[in-house]
Ligand binder design. Structure first.
Ligand code: HEM
Length: 261
């Protein structure tokens, strides 16, 4: 055989171009180093560094236990609750552009604004319904999440502190749902809140004082609307975010998700 036949064949122009694309273009654009700003060898250490050195990735733990990924262990109910909270925040901000929490004897601005949102605002009815249904759903997912935590015994040490944080989160979620219910200022919300405050008026020792502070009077009135609005859009979400941060931080410190059963 001639020497010429024994040498590897030179690539055709197309093959040569493919080679350049493969080695130069794609590697330079998609090589992990161009994203991570330093050479990336696929080692355990570099994987950990990639998570730790990125502001968004570092919210996730570097390592998780395999069973924690199993959908049937958590049903992602905590994650769903958090997703709904974010959705409610975004839709709530949109609604705030068109809603004024004021009502008098002659005019009920809040009620009128709610009707405007439903009829005259771009995507108003859709956003309002996402907000309303999302709120109902969040109460459901948080309750189911709590049931899951109980069922898997995840409230036991070392997670007992996070269980207590969770109970506070449950009350805050119920508080948000309750205060939001009054805001449309329609017959349904007025009477539902009147009944609920009647129940709270029977709580022991501080019933009258608590009722007066919450209502800004002895019965549901325009002062109540303003008070509950501030609680709904500012005070309760602020406290909830604080406790959520502790909740998530604590999951990490307690060694990740509990289990396996
Ligand atoms: C706003 C409400 C809440 C949010 C957004 C939330 C979020 C989460 C998330 C994302 C997790 C990770 C595991 C999972 O998805 O199941 C988790 C775990 C946990 N949550 Fe919640 N949670 C909330 C309310 C509660 C409540 C009401 C309780 C109990 C009273 C609770 C107790 C716990 C405990 C003990 C863990 C650790 C579970 C384990 O290690 O298996 N949380 N939470």
């Amino acid at each position: 055989m001639k020497l010429k036949d024994r040498l590897p064949k030179p690539p055709t122009p197309g093959e040569a171009l493919d080679k350049v694309r493969e080695t130069e273009l794609w590697k330079s654009v998609f090589r992990p180093g161009s994203i991570f700003r330093k050479g990336y060898k696929d080692t355990q250490r570099d994987r950990a560094l990639a998570m730790m050195n990125n502001v968004l990735y570092h919210l996730h733990p570097v390592k998780i236990k395999r069973h924690g990924l199993k959908l049937t262990y958590t049903f992602c109910l905590g994650g769903l609750s958090f997703f709904l909270f974010v959705l409610l925040t975004v839709t709530g901000i949109y609604l705030m552009f068109f809603y004024r929490p004021s009502a008098g004897l002659a005019n009920a601005q809040a009620y009128a604004d709610m009707l405007t949102i439903r009829g005259n605002v771009y995507f108003g009815d859709l956003v309002r319904n996402i907000h309303r249904w999302g709120a109902h759903l969040m109460v459901l997912t948080v309750t189911l999440h709590m049931a899951r935590v109980f069922y898997t015994g995840a409230y036991k040490p070392p997670r007992e502190f996070n269980w207590v944080v969770g109970v506070i989160l449950l009350f805050l979620t119920l508080g948000l749902s309750f205060t939001g219910y009054l805001l449309p200022w329609d017959q349904l919300s007025l009477w539902a809140v009147t009944i609920a405050e009647g129940i709270s008026g029977n709580s022991p020792l501080i019933a009258n004082q608590a009722k007066f502070i919450l209502l800004g009077g002895i019965q549901v009135n325009p002062e109540t609307l303003l008070r509950w609005y501030v609680l709904h859009v500012l005070a309760l979400p602020f406290v909830l975010v604080l406790f959520l941060s502790v909740h998530f931080w604590r999951i990490r410190k307690d060694g990740g998700i509990s289990g396996p059963l």
